[in-house]
Design a protein around this ligand. Structure first.
Ligand code: ZN
Length: 304
């Protein structure tokens, strides 16, 4: 049986102070805060999840906000941008709405025949909005861009092992962009890989992407990926329980941290879907420390 990766599950990035991050993504970007929890490896900091109203795979952008994170910079071996798919008919209105909210769109581009608005979040992370005739709302990802010194090795992993197809490549302003697509999927189905001559080393920090996660539809599929990846020479971590999904991680050949996350159980596993994101949710092992954890975290105001 050949299983294919059906697209992205989530993208995880690092931000500065949490309030500015929440205000931007739940305000002008109109995403829902679907989970307010802590970094399971460091419960003194938040882990914030944004997505569509249900918290569907392929819409989830997560942040580790560190109040004192220094500014980071994308470079080779890092994911360098995430893009939301915006229904083509809403593209102009979306840009107008952002401008009216005081968010300037400093750059527009055209890629593979579609318009792209490139803006920056409060920590300078590159957020892209790409017009997409297939998109029905502005919650789902269109793509993630990986910046690679040698795109070929990474592309081979994503095509030969994950089952993506090559859509083509185009060059613009000294940047060569290769586009890969998960066949038959409606959203979050594209990975772009860029190669540029500008060889500035990246630096992790606020405004950079920590890792990208691909979907496994079930635990069986994820178990299968551990074996398939091992056969292809990629050793993964054991399965790690992230409460809302199970995760395995490995570094792809170019250095980007890849995760494969299960669709189940999803974000309604520990609170009702209607009120997701309002209360601080903790995994059972941190529940005894709730008072101390809540006191250490800054209060958050979600844009209505
Ligand atoms: Zn993750």
């Amino acid at each position: 049986m050949t299983t294919r990766i059906p697209g992205l599950h989530h993208v995880t990035a690092i931000s500065g102070p949490a309030q500015a991050n929440v205000a931007f993504y739940t305000g002008p970007l109109q995403q829902r805060l679907v989970k307010k929890t802590v970094n399971f490896d460091d419960p003194g900091t938040y882990h914030l999840y944004y997505g569509d109203p249900k918290g569907s795979p392929g819409t989830i952008l997560t942040f580790f906000p560190f109040a004192y994170a220094g500014p980071g910079r994308a470079g080779p071996g890092m994911a360098s941008a995430y893009a939301y798919a915006v229904p083509a008919k809403d593209f102009d209105a979306t840009v107008d709405r952002l401008t009216a909210a005081g968010i300037t769109v400093p750059r527009f581009a055209e890629r593979f025949g579609a318009r792209v608005a490139i803006l920056r979040d409060p920590d300078n992370a590159p957020v892209e909005l790409i017009e997409d005739a297939a998109a029905t709302d502005a919650h789902g990802f269109h793509s993630v861009t990986l910046w690679e010194r040698d795109p070929d090795r990474t592309a081979r992993l994503i095509t030969d092992v994950f089952g993506y197809e090559t859509l083509g490549s185009e060059a613009q302003g000294g940047i060569e962009r290769l586009r890969l697509k998960a066949p038959g999927e409606a959203r979050a189905n594209i990975i772009d890989i860029i190669r540029t001559n500008a060889d500035v080393p990246g630096r992790p920090g606020a405004g950079t992407i920590h890792h990208i996660a691909f979907r496994a539809r079930s635990q069986d599929e994820q178990d299968g990926w551990i074996e398939t990846l091992a056969r292809a020479g990629h050793r993964t971590t054991p399965v790690i329980d992230r409460q809302y999904f199970n995760a395995i991680y490995f570094r792809e050949p170019g250095g980007v941290l890849f995760e494969i996350a299960t669709d189940p159980p999803g974000f309604a596993v520990d609170e009702p879907e209607a009120t997701m994101g309002q209360k601080l949710m903790l995994p059972p092992r941190y529940e005894p420390l709730r008072d101390r954890i809540e006191q250490a975290l800054p209060p958050l105001r979600v844009a209505s």
